[in-house]
Design a protein around this ligand. Structure first.
Ligand code: COA
Length: 159
């Protein structure tokens, strides 16, 4: 049986922190679906489709990586692609608390799906999509925090 996982997140936009988690999750699974989702707590700069395209541009050569867009529950997105695992990255204690409550809720919704946590690479753990957007808005250099295509897309978006 194939080991299929989904890596859900906002990816608004994808950063090198996300790229690191994806690269380290890949050897663990046969297929990894990057699942672009909306959190009810956030407003987004890039549309779901724009976020998806920015991801595809980075992973089109990696066969194991697939992308999907999800407007519903993460556990339902997982079930729709036969994924038995959810991958999440943890940067800080605050992330860990948040992840714990999501894990409990996801288990209550579907107990067949296990979440696997990877600690963020310490050199990347202070990156967040929000900080990157703030730096880009103020015309700062974001090239050491995001893939090249994202840096370009941010430049275009911010004008
Ligand atoms: N390195 C650096 N930064 C990282 C990182 C890493 N390894 N992993 C995450 N981040 C950053 C992101 O850039 C993001 O920054 P931001 O808050 O400034 O945007 C932040 O950490 C967390 O983002 P992300 O991992 O994308 O999660 P999220 O909180 O935006 O989204 C969902 C969480 C989408 C997975 C969750 O809301 C969800 O599952 N929604 C679907 C509906 C659902 O099922 N709800 C019930 C869930 S219990």
């Amino acid at each position: 049986m194939k080991r299929i996982a989904i890596y859900p997140g906002s990816f608004d936009p994808i950063t090198l922190g996300h790229v690191d988690i994806i690269s380290r999750a890949l050897p663990l699974f046969d297929e990894l679906y990057i699942c672009i989702s909306n959190s009810s707590k956030k407003t987004y700069l890039f549309s779901l489709e724009e976020r998806k395209q920015l991801l595809i541009d980075n992973f089109s050569d990696t066969k194991k990586v697939k992308t999907m867009v999800n407007a519903g529950l993460t556990v339902d997105a997982a079930r729709s692609v036969d994924a038995k695992f959810i991958v999440r990255g943890i940067r800080t204690n605050m992330d860990a608390e948040y992840e714990k409550s999501m894990d409990v809720m996801n288990k209550a919704l579907n107990n067949d799906i296990e979440t696997i946590f990877l600690f963020a690479n310490p050199t990347l753990s202070s990156i967040s999509s929000s900080l990157v957007k703030e730096v880009a808005l103020l015309k700062g250099d974001v090239s050491s925090f995001v893939p090249k295509n994202v840096a370009q897309a941010l430049k275009t978006k911010m004008g």
